[in-house]
Write a protein that binds this ligand. Structure first.
Ligand code: THU
Length: 143
């Protein structure tokens, strides 16, 4: 399988996850497929709440599933999202999700892939989306 075919497979999985989104308030359904370094794939969708702030994004759902299963090393995440099922633009991760990614992923290596169709995607490194971040290394003795 080529790299492109592999990414298309992840996009398909992200759309499957999106079909399970619970988004009665925003009507913006999102899906994510997170690939671990060991090849395992964790899917996530957004899960909204009547109180609004407990809402969890698709990306964090996927990360928290993986981490709670003991997996902490990740290669890439594919994100899809659109409003009321209409074809939209690329859905970039919110700041909170970027921060969660930065907790576990090397910004130079981790790939954030935004898709707006089965074969239409853009590839970023996390560092491009979250430069100058605050991370675990900032809480260590740096002398
Ligand atoms: N959302 C995500 O799941 N991921 C993103 O990258 C952006 C936003 C969700 C949160 C909320 O349920 C809905 O999309 C609208 O903000």
């Amino acid at each position: 399988m080529t790299w492109d075919e592999h990414i298309r497979k992840l996009i398909k999985l992200a759309y499957e996850a999106q079909s399970r989104a619970y988004c009665p308030y925003s009507h913006f359904a999102t899906g994510a497929a997170l690939e671990a370094e060991n090849g395992q794939i964790f899917l996530g969708c957004n899960i909204e709440n009547a109180a609004y702030s407990p809402t969890n994004c698709a990306e964090r759902t996927a990360f928290f599933k993986a981490i709670s299963e003991g997996v902490r090393e990740f290669a890439r995440i594919v994100v899809v999202g659109n409003y009321e099922g209409k074809q939209g633009d690329y859905c970039a991760p919110c700041g909170v999700c970027r921060q969660v990614m930065a907790e576990f992923c090397d910004g130079e290596l981790f790939e954030v892939i935004l898709a707006r169709g089965p074969e239409d995607y853009r590839v970023f490194r996390l560092r491009e989306l979250l430069p100058e971040h605050f991370g675990p290394e900032d809480l260590r003795d740096q002398q």
